[in-house]
Ligand binder design. Structure first.
Ligand code: NDP
Length: 287
């Protein structure tokens, strides 16, 4: 059944083009639309139908996929055609904050539209390739009905009927990624201050970070247990390490924007009397 589902892709930026190409390759009759004309040429040459208007586009697809810039652009595109969407399945793959996803789900429910929200954990060239992963939440029925089609884009994982959950996981993973990469930039500035090769250091850092991330499941286990008893490297010990890292960074002339907040977190934990507990106790300071 799924290979016969008609799909409409709204938004032909880099990501929308990649998604539409994957649907086409998977055999789905695909209609495409973009606010600015001229972005559908390659897709039309590959067999897609270029819609002349947003209303025609929405009417053509049993499943309508929105992949636009942001939350505001989704409303500005969909509000005028809300009546055409009634009874259809809307899958919003635009990156939106969880509360915005929930707002869109309420808006969809008010207008009789089945709504599934999604977060794309891939860049456009990865779509349909190994390593591409998409997170979904909202209507289980839409997810189940479209699953085969969605798996053309990458692995498809459903997080639950709260439409904000996929976005929450998306941004949690991105927060983890950005702080990790920013940590690398800080470290690179430290070694560069002594005239060392950043490129050579990058290889060393990749191995180190990979080894360190092996302990993340243990972090999760400790946090879930709520037992922060430390056998080694308690927070008072970590405070001494952070003091030294901040001192070494300042001596190297590196800005403290990245490491100072970590020192502040640990200082607060120690000042609150948690110096004998494990580093994972910092989780309680953050939430
Ligand atoms: P692009 O900047 O390439 O494209 C943006 C798209 O949004 C264009 O089709 C643009 O139309 C449209 N758009 C912007 N504002 C409006 C508006 N007010 N009304 C109608 N259409 C509008 O972005 P991407 O395609 O790369 O990204 C799309 C979504 O996918 C984003 O939410 C992004 O966060 C997400 N995503 C992207 C990834 C990536 O690596 N690119 C990775 C993961 C998620 P026009 O051509 O007319 O300007």
């Amino acid at each position: 059944m799924a290979e016969h589902t008609t799909v409409t892709v709204l938004g032909l930026g880099a990501m929308g083009q990649a998604l539409a190409a994957a649907f086409l390759k998977g055999g789905h009759p695909t209609t495409v639309w973009n606010r600015s004309p001229g972005k559908d040429a390659e897709l039309v040459a590959a067999g897609a139908t270029g819609a002349a208007s947003i209303a025609t586009a929405v009417a053509a697809g049993e499943v309508v996929v929105a992949v636009l810039l942001d939350h505001a652009s989704v409303h500005s595109v969909l509000d005028p055609v809300v009546e055409h969407l009634r009874g259809r399945q809307l899958i919003n793959l635009t990156s939106t904050a969880p509360e915005d996803s929930r707002e869109l789900a309420r808006w969809a429910a008010e207008h009789g539209i089945d709504y599934l929200d999604g977060g794309i954990m891939a860049v456009p060239p990865m779509i349909g390739q190994p390593g591409s992963s998409l997170l979904y939440s909202g209507s289980r029925e839409v997810f189940d009905r479209s699953r085969e089609m969605l798996e053309l884009l990458g692995t498809a994982e459903y997080f639950g009927d709260d439409p904000g959950l996929a976005a929450l996981y998306d941004f949690a993973l991105l927060a983890n990624m950005y702080t990790m990469f920013t940590g690398f930039l800080h470290a690179a500035a430290m070694v560069a201050s002594a005239g060392q090769s950043v490129e050579a250091f990058a290889h060393r850092a990749a191995g180190w970070v990979s080894a360190m991330t092996q302990s993340l499941p243990e972090f999760g286990r400790i946090i879930e247990s709520g037992d922060y008893a430390a056998e080694v490297q308690h927070l008072a010990f970590q405070k001494a390490a952070l003091d030294a890292i901040v001192r070494a960074s300042a001596d190297a002339g590196v800005a403290l924007d990245v490491v100072a907040p970590i020192k502040s977190l640990i200082d607060r934990q120690v000042a609150a009397g948690h110096g004998a507990l494990a580093f994972e106790r910092t989780f309680e300071e953050l939430r």
